[in-house]
Design a protein around this ligand. Sequence first.
Ligand code: GLA
Length: 686
Amino acid sequence: MTLKKHMLNRRELIQNIAAVSTVRAVGGVGAQQSRSISVAERVLALSDMAIELTRQGWSRPERNCRSKGKSLTIGHRQFKSGLGTVADSILQIDLKGAAKAFSAWVGPDAVGGPSACVRFYVVVDGRVAVRTPAIKGGSAPVQIFVNLKGAKKMLLVVDAAGHHTWNNYADWGDAAITLQAHATALPEAQRYEPDMSVPEIAHGNSEQPEFHGPQAIGTTPGKPFIFRIPVTGSGKINLSVTGLPAGLELNQQGVLRGSVEHGGSYKVEIVARNHLGRTSRRLEIRAGERMLAQTPPMGWSSWNAFGVNVDQEKVWRAADLLVRSGLAGKGYSFVNIDAGWTGQRNSAGRIMPDKTKFPDIKALIDHVHALGLKFGLYASPGPEDCGGFIGSYGHEIQDIQTYAQWGVDYFKYDWCSYGQTITATPKTAEYIEPYAIMGQAIGTVDRDIVFSLCQYGMADPWKWAAGPQVRGNLWRISDDLIDFWASVCVNGFHCDRNIAAYAGPGHWNDPDMLVVGTMDFTNAGLGFPGKPQPSRLTPLEQQTHITLWSLLAAPLIIGCDLSKLDPFTLDLLSNTEVIAVDQDVLGKQAQCIKQIGCIQIWARPLADGTAAVGIFNLGPVAEKASVRWSELTVILPRDMVLSGKQPTRDLWMRRNLGHRDGLDMELPSHGSMFVKVGRPRPAVGR
Ligand code: GLA
């Protein structure tokens, strides 16, 4: 007799278990040491527990089978009982002092195919009792056995072992808890509540004037130029500039406007003064052909906050809030509308906004420009975009001309339905074609437009998107980023050394918009929550997310509702030193230089001769991490030798840590440390 029925009441369950007399063979980690049990034992199958409480980023935990009635299958072996989940996932079990042992066969489910890769952990009372190696899709199941005598709490954890994909389906096959002979209570599955405490990070701004954001910006001579100087400080701040190229001027609102008359590199000196002091900064204006996005674009997009319910009022307010919250003062300058703005074409084929949502898009764009900010729009090369709205297919040149007339400065072009127009198994050239058509068209309009490719990394866009054919400035490398840990891992930690070299001034890998703050993924069509809610990443994971994006030189496009900004989100988005790493003018994307167990160390060289280093714990429990600065030589240019003790600065705390030759620390699960190492070279001559 086995326990098949799921929702038996507690009393029935205890009675049933008492009657169970099952003989099972269980072993240690791996198939090495099988142990046979000759006596009758009382066994509680995992599938008879409340496995729906499993916390996993997407999809649902499955009992005894995969959706559409497929069995749980690891390698060639099928399991009638067990839990089917997707990495990263975690289930907590209160053992009630009743357990003797836990056993299971684990591995990636066949449904994930050969590219899946997962690792299983059993954490008992805060200690990792079992950690399997990374198990690849197609591998035979691995048998695990854990002694639970005296244990109180068990966590069943699956992660991606650093191989993050969306298809990391993972099974706990024939998983069961063997009970103590005289146990009266029963182990109980519980929802794992992650640590939601807010990490300590620097808060607020200095009262003295301070500059932020990019130190190099690009423009095409003769085309409109607009740049709101990112500066903070208390009271009235007076700005003055010297060395401006002919054609530009600084207005009363601290915005540089005009159009640069001649190509060249202009070193502009900006001075900011308030009643407390003065500071200056060198801003380089690079005027020439194809000079946009000298540093990764920073701004806000409507998608994560409003989905297709975006409208003129919401975007208008977002632009105002970008200024009022101080985020524009930190360098966030684009206000982008994603899917949901489009109406129909008029009789001349000209694209029109949906008038019910955007009664006067030109007025909105003028308002954004009046604030010194820039405006972005979205469309698809296909007949329809991902929201089902009209795409640019067959109207590419006409559309981009319309956008340029409206004053669009940033254009996101999303593959969506384009696949319907080409062969079922497209060659790389077919992936490139729609972007080349639009890229060339953008080059013909009399306005600078940052070109953002969105096709989820198909056919390795990093290899061709920035080339002369397409002229892209950034390209998505993966699927949409959602607010859960596995997604941050898929998009962020996947952005590794194979593609790092493709990023640089003018062309960036894009792991997608930021998922901190209050968002609403209802309209993302992914079956996620039906109401605005704070990021489901824990505060620590949010900090790790921003740390990683900064190291990756990722575009920093805020995705949250700015009217619901909480102080922690604001601090995360506006830490000037973290932004400075992202915006560093050398434009070198970080690479993972070292991995020890669950710890990954990423680093990037910076223009001032220092290095930014991120230390991450991707595992399920706190881990000791150690890094020596001498290890950074793998990624540093030859003239940047960081030997011996180096000045080390905690970027999130904005605090010096003294002179060190490395760092040793204990990092919480999914936590990170972000430091800058080395003595900055003097600015002169850079
Ligand atoms: C795709 C993109 C998202 C967003 C939506 C809009 O999913 O990847 O960033 O633009 O479409 O429908």
